[in-house]
Design a protein around this ligand. Structure first.
Ligand code: PLP
Ligand code: TYF
Length: 389
């Protein structure tokens, strides 16, 4: 039976990661996968997390099951970080998931359960995993234009037009901050307009926030989502701690949602738990427990905030350096988070890999913080040469 399975295309990004690992050229620059790196190319465990893990190891007396919601304190401690002054909204509920991917899966399955014919409006481009996760939940996708790669800007008017044509009950997938793959986030005015259309059209916002703190700061990066909280009765939020706590492989995330009332949210939670049971039953504990310990201890929380601030400073310093290389790269300074997208064709991206051992996604997306301090000038020179070629 299994032998009859057809061949499938593997994830292009995961293929790129494997190719970069095999390349032994010493000058290799890997700006493919989205993980934070120091100038030495390391992705270290945060010191606050390491200390929390030690405390966990010392104090944990049982690994008995925790239940379908996982660590119950974990989402409560995250709420003020993600939702600011909306954290105490009695209709806002959340539960631990295996990473942001688990939250996205669960959130879309919740939509499918509530409204099987809902359509999901998805910007182009978006993170490559969004589409399979949405289709996996059995939902229809309708794309909206998000970014003009050649003009290095958000195609805001076209996006607004697409939202104007949406049906009530459609779901709009939005990136909370640090847009993957473009780095292009809404400004305050654009968020205000998005809020107004969503409320006016009866669209359900689904906000994916996986990089909070790595753009301008936790408050700034949460502001768009928090503004939406005040404007709508219902919202779904997939959150990931994998980047801002550096716990990627531990798979730490949260699904939050708010229905029209605390009672309606509680009913949605019953459905969510049923759906989680059909997939993983209970999320893995270790990473979320470490994050919970960081958040509940003032000393560790401050250490973590300082560590994220230094990651953010490195990202933004690299952005400034790249932008200073040439006016054609100046836009990169205004973008947020780990990624930006270069106006390159797939053939130009291939050439960068072949001629310069520079690895980036076919779309021209590159991980800014994959560059070491010494790589910046060579990287910019090669990219500009490719743009001219
Ligand atoms: N959403 C976006 C936009 C991402 O870039 C990622 C990246 O990994 C995720 C969600 C999922 O994160 P996780 O690794 O926690 O599943
Ligand atoms: O976009 C990235 O590079 C990260 C890592 O299936 C990633 O989000 C890539 C592919 C994937 C899961 C995570």
């Amino acid at each position: 039976m299994l032998g009859s399975l057809p061949e499938i295309e593997t994830d292009a990004l995961l293929r790129l990661i494997a190719m970069a690992m095999e390349d032994e050229r010493p000058e290799k620059i890997d700006v493919g996968v989205g993980v934070y790196r120091t100038s030495d190319g390391a992705t270290p465990i945060l010191s606050a997390v390491k200390k929390a893990e030690k405390r966990l190891w010392e104090s944990q007396e049982s690994k008995g099951y925790l239940g379908m919601k996982g660590d119950k304190l974990f989402p409560e401690l995250l709420k003020p970080v993600v939702f600011g002054s909306h954290a105490d909204d009695p209709a806002l509920m959340g539960l631990q998931t295996p990473g942001g991917c688990g939250a996205l899966t669960l959130g879309f399955k919740l939509v499918k359960a509530a409204r099987p014919d809902a359509r999901v409006l998805v910007g182009t481009p978006t993170w490559a995993n969004h589409e399979p996760l949405i289709r996996g939940a059995g939902l229809e996708i309708v794309t909206y234009p998000y970014y003009r790669k050649e003009e290095t800007r958000i195609d805001f008017d076209a996006m607004v037009e697409a939202f104007e044509n949406a049906r009530p009950g459609d779901v709009a997938l939005l990136h909370g901050c640090c847009h993957n793959p473009t780095g292009a986030d809404f400004d305050h005015g654009q968020w205000a307009k998005v809020r107004a259309i969503i409320a006016d059209k009866g669209i359900l916002p689904f906000v994916d926030i996986a990089y909070q703190g790595l753009g301008d700061g936790f408050e700034e990066d949460g502001a768009g989502l928090q503004g939406l909280m005040g404007a709508v009765d219902e919202i779904i939020v997939s959150q990931s701690c994998d980047k801002n706590f550096g716990v990627y492989r531990d798979r730490v995330g949260c699904l939050f949602f708010k229905a029209g009332s605390p009672e309606a949210s509680a009913r949605a939670m019953d459905h969510v738990m049923q759906l989680a049971r059909e997939m993983w039953s209970m999320p893995p504990d270790h990473g979320a427990a470490a994050v919970r310990i960081v958040l509940e201890n003032d000393d560790l929380r401050q250490e973590w905030l300082d560590e994220v601030a230094s990651m953010r400073a490195r990202i933004n310093q690299l952005r400034r350096r790249i932008a200073a290389c040439d006016s054609r790269l100046a836009y990169i300074e205004d973008q947020k988070g780990m990624f930006s997208m270069l106006p390159l064709t797939p053939a130009q991206v291939d050439k960068l890999r072949e001629d310069h051992a520079i690895y980036m996604a076919d779309s021209g997306r590159f991980n800014v913080v994959g560059l070491s301090d010494d790589d910046v000038d060579r990287f910019c020179k090669a990219v500009l040469e490719a743009m001219d070629g």
